[in-house]
Design a protein around this ligand. Structure first.
Ligand SMILES: [Zn+2]
Length: 139
């Protein structure tokens, strides 16, 4: 999914992110929700969708701390996460880490673990590109 050249299947998704809205595809045939957008429904292979705004809340399904850069475009360390959105779909993203987690000298007041609640944060990287990231949701 390349935001520089969105396809007909992804253009609305990227436009939603620019408005700071995380959009889910809703299959017109079976009602299944999916994210990120794809040409076909993962449940029934339907090809017609409407869009539904996600609440932006979810829980960590999995995570890993990446400490070795795969390219100069990725500053390390960063935490790659799978988030199960409360609407059901699972999205891959990165977690904005509290400073304390990255510095062992600071008191550890929060912990990253499977199942912790997270919320979306919209990161404007340029005038045309916004990406969804997540942060731990403080109760
Ligand atoms: Zn479907």
């Amino acid at each position: 999914m390349n935001p520089a050249s969105p396809t007909p299947d992804t253009v609305e998704y990227w436009a939603g992110l620019r408005r700071h809205e995380l959009l889910l595809q809703c299959c017109a045939s079976c009602g299944a929700l999916q994210c990120p957008p794809r040409p076909g429904c993962g449940a029934c292979a339907g090809a017609t969708f409407t869009w539904q705004r996600a609440a932006g809340l979810g829980r960590l399904e999995s995570y890993t701390l990446v400490q070795r850069a795969v390219s100069a475009a990725y500053a390390v360390p960063f935490m790659l996460v799978l988030v199960r959105l409360q609407e059901g779909p699972m999205i891959m993203s990165t977690l904005i880490l509290p400073a304390a987690l990255m510095d062992p000298r600071l008191p550890q007041t929060v912990a990253v673990s499977v199942g912790v609640p997270v919320e979306v944060v919209f990161e404007d990287r340029s005038d045309t590109l916004t990406v969804p990231r997540f942060q731990l949701k403080v109760p």
